[in-house]
Design a protein. Structure first.
Length: 456
């Protein structure tokens, strides 16, 4: 399919062509990062079988190593294909190609659901082990021999995956979502050829040298949308915020290791509330500044990215509504926790809605004059928002599970109901923060140039 063909074959059966835009670079980089996280998890699983104690107890079946090795190879080749051939539009054997791409879309959707089930089972197993260690002294005396034998048996069947499960399994969830989205987008593009009007080259017809230099400079700005002008302040302010967030997360884990649950909860929620407040302020400023940009027709790729963003927004609304109900009905002894959870839920819903509105508005915007191409109104704040969402993505990925396993929720919902709520919504929240960064990066590079209309 990708090999050389004769001229006659090409005229009779045109080969696959390359789409001009393809999939977003940052979305593909996310697939690479999360894919390597999945392969690391497969490597830990293979290493478990080589543990002498695990092998002696037959903790895994004979197919354990082949299954994980094949899965790792599959993830590698799928990631390579998505990263390199994401822009290919297939024009040959359309039925067969559509069948394959639809199959891969459903496979990754099934892997996403399977990874969520696996995460729930691991959480359940960890809580079961914790409960087994907290049996009463009387019961321990009665069944001491059997309990010791059982404890020794399960203590020897250890897994390296269990140590990093809370960090590696979300990688599998995010990877499956991104791969599913890219395969579906390729499925929709089969046989669909677009013809974009090419922007003409710069023609300098100025009477003086100064005017000619200015025209050349303005043309360079139009043809280089990724020029880092008017973005340095936002970049450095965002990096400073990321450093502060990392320090706060390190202190959070320190309090967790010291079993200071209240201090850890207060620190985490305080950090998240500050980030959300800064995010609301930044979005408000960005909306005010980008209002002067002109309008343009949204491309199919931008519309697809926005649809994915709305899916993540549903996860945020779903989770925070369930988080808000027990906080409003909590007892007076948990007044501080109630106030923090209520503030966090309201601020996150407000910030997410405002940010989605900003992205939808900016995705349909373009510079309407050469002056706006040079000045780039709002680009500093959009750069800051891009880094801010990266910081919030890190906080959500590495801290949210530990920080919100609080009794105020488990007492309001049953344990299994709260597990279902968290494991359904957490991956979507992480995906929202990551994909918001992707969409803001797309706005950062495309909203400050003058676009030509696309002819289909």
């Amino acid at each position: 399919m990708f090999g050389d063909r004769t001229t006659t074959d090409r005229k009779r059966n045109p080969p696959p062509i390359e789409c001009e835009q393809g999939n977003n670079l940052y979305l593909r980089l996310g697939a690479v990062v999360f894919g390597f996280g999945v392969m690391i998890m497969d490597g830990f699983r293979v290493a478990d079988q080589f543990d002498s104690l695990n092998a002696a107890l037959s903790c895994h079946s004979a197919f354990w190593i082949p299954v994980n090795v094949i899965h790792s190879i599959y993830i590698f080749w799928q990631t390579y294909f998505l990263f390199k051939h994401h822009h290919v539009v297939f024009n040959v054997k359309k039925f067969f190609v559509r069948f394959i791409l639809a199959h891969m879309t459903v496979v990754n959707l099934g892997q996403w659901m399977g990874t969520i089930v696996q995460e729930v089972m691991i959480s359940d197993k960890e809580e079961g082990n914790t409960s087994a260690l907290n049996v009463s002294a009387l019961s321990a005396l009665i069944v001491s021999k059997n309990l010791n034998l059982t404890t020794n048996l399960y203590a020897q069947c250890k897994s390296q995956v269990g140590i990093f499960a809370h960090y590696l399994i979300p990688c599998g969830v995010e990877y499956s979502l991104i791969a599913c989205a890219i395969f579906y987008k390729m499925f929709r593009r089969v046989g669909h050829i677009t013809r974009s009007e090419v922007e003409p080259q710069c023609v300098i017809s100025s009477s003086t040298a100064d005017e000619g230099a200015r025209s050349a400079y303005e043309c360079l700005l139009r043809n280089n949308p990724t020029e880092c002008q008017h973005g340095h302040k936002g970049l450095f302010a965002g990096l400073l915020l990321v450093m502060t967030t990392l320090v706060a997360m390190a202190l959070f884990y320190t309090h967790l290791q010291r079993s200071s649950q209240v201090e850890a909860l207060t620190l985490f929620q305080g950090t998240y509330i500050v980030l959300l407040s800064i995010g609301i302020l930044a979005v408000s400023i960005a909306l005010f500044q980008v209002r002067v940009l002109g309008a343009r027709q949204m491309s199919e790729d931008s519309a697809f990215d926005d649809y994915l963003l709305l899916i993540g927004l549903l996860g945020i609304l779903f989770y925070n509504m369930f988080l808000l109900a027990p906080a409003m009905e909590g007892i007076e002894s948990n007044k501080i926790a109630r106030t923090m959870f209520m503030s966090k839920s309201v601020l996150e819903i407000l910030q997410a809605l405002m940010q989605v509105f900003l992205i939808l508005e900016a995705s349909c915007s373009q510079a309407s004059s050469t002056r706006q191409v040079i000045e780039k109104p709002g680009r500093t704040v959009i750069t800051f928002l891009l880094i801010l969402n990266l910081a919030m993505w890190m906080v959500t990925t590495f801290g949210l599970k530990h920080a919100e396993g609080y009794s105020i929720h488990r007492s309001h919902y049953s344990d299994i109901a709260w597990k279902i709520i968290t494991h359904l919504s957490m991956p979507l929240i992480v995906f929202f923060r990551f994909h918001s960064t992707v969409c803001l990066a797309d706005v950062w590079s495309n909203a400050y140039r003058i676009h030509k209309p696309t002819i289909v």
